[in-house]
Design a protein around this ligand. Structure first.
Ligand code: SAM
Length: 276
């Protein structure tokens, strides 16, 4: 990136250029763009478009993931005035608008890890399913009996429905609503449950216990400082399990991506041992 801007920016400006960006289909998105380069952002974007022909739009994030729907705000700095994109990972295609649905391409390796754990004929529940990326990656890379997704954001739910059609994955059912309301109406238990809402997944763990059976595996995501991993996440889980008198064991814990200096997204894999 710095090489292609060498004739456009001064040495000092080059120093300020962020190293990190995400490529989402035809979009290139800077997560942090320095205000000192604001006046040069258009020319920077245009240089990027000229050099990388597959990129059609360059954007910068102007607000971090926020609110219940975990949505960012982005400004187009160069190129096509279109934010909806077709993104590919792990053998699936996903249509999405990065301001209307939460999405991070940085979690593709973690999604593959989960898909590789799914055994043939498992029933899988994806809470907080967004545009349907976990259901799609699992359906394409494993042989589950069926997958249920639940998402509260109507726009994300609509994209999830379109992505089911796009990937021709017939064994996926997506519900639009609050997991706390949808889960009690499901009347089935699941072999595997994914909880990809690291900001507050443990707040929903008691609700998740409505649809478990002995042997159910729960993948619970959490934000944690590296120095407190995994003890802090496990302590949070333990408090809820004790209150619910639920036997469980922690079978694995992993850090799956940094989101701030020293702060990580963790996944704690829990097995339900038996019910009271
Ligand atoms: C961090 S995003 C993960 C989305 C998707 N699973 C992915 O990995 O790209 C969390 C999602 O949970 C949804 N959400 C938040 N609270 C919810 C609730 N109570 N019930 C259902 N979905 C919820 C948000 O709208 C958001 O799409």
């Amino acid at each position: 990136m710095k090489d292609i801007l060498a004739d456009t920016l001064t040495e000092k400006e080059l120093e300020l250029m962020p190293n990190a960006f995400d490529v989402l289909g035809e979009l290139l998105i800077f997560a942090e763009f320095p205000s000192e380069l604001e006046k040069k952002e258009k020319v920077i974007g245009e240089r990027i478009l000229k050099r990388f022909k597959h990129i059609k739009t360059v954007l910068k994030k102007t607000r971090k993931f926020s609110g219940i729907f975990r949505l960012p705000k982005m400004k187009i700095i160069a190129g096509r005035r279109r934010k909806e994109t077709l993104y590919r990972e792990n053998g699936v295609q996903l249509l999405l608008h990065p301001e209307k649905v939460y999405f991070s391409p940085r979690l593709s390796t973690e999604r593959k890890r989960i898909a590789e754990l799914v055994l043939p004929n498992e029933s899988v529940l994806v809470m907080f399913s967004g545009c349907g990326v976990y259901p799609a990656v699992i359906a394409k890379n494993a042989k589950p009996k069926h997958i249920v997704g639940i998402e509260i954001n109507p726009a994300a739910h609509t994209y999830a429905g379109r992505n089911v059609l796009l990937n021709k994955t017939e064994n996926i059912t997506i519900f639009c609503g609050d997991v706390c309301k949808v889960i009690p109406s499901l009347h089935e238990t699941f072999d595997r449950i994914i909880m990809p809402l690291p900001k507050s997944a443990s707040d929903f763990l008691a609700t998740t216990l409505i649809v478990v059976h002995p042997g159910t595996i729960i993948h619970l995501y959490d934000f944690v400082e590296q120095k407190n991993f995994p003890d802090e996440s496990i302590a949070r889980i333990d408090a809820i399990m004790k209150e619910k008198k639920q036997q469980y064991s922690i079978i694995h814990s992993t850090l799956c991506g940094q989101y701030a200096p020293g702060a990580y997204r963790a996944c704690i894999d829990i097995r339900i041992e038996n019910l009271e």
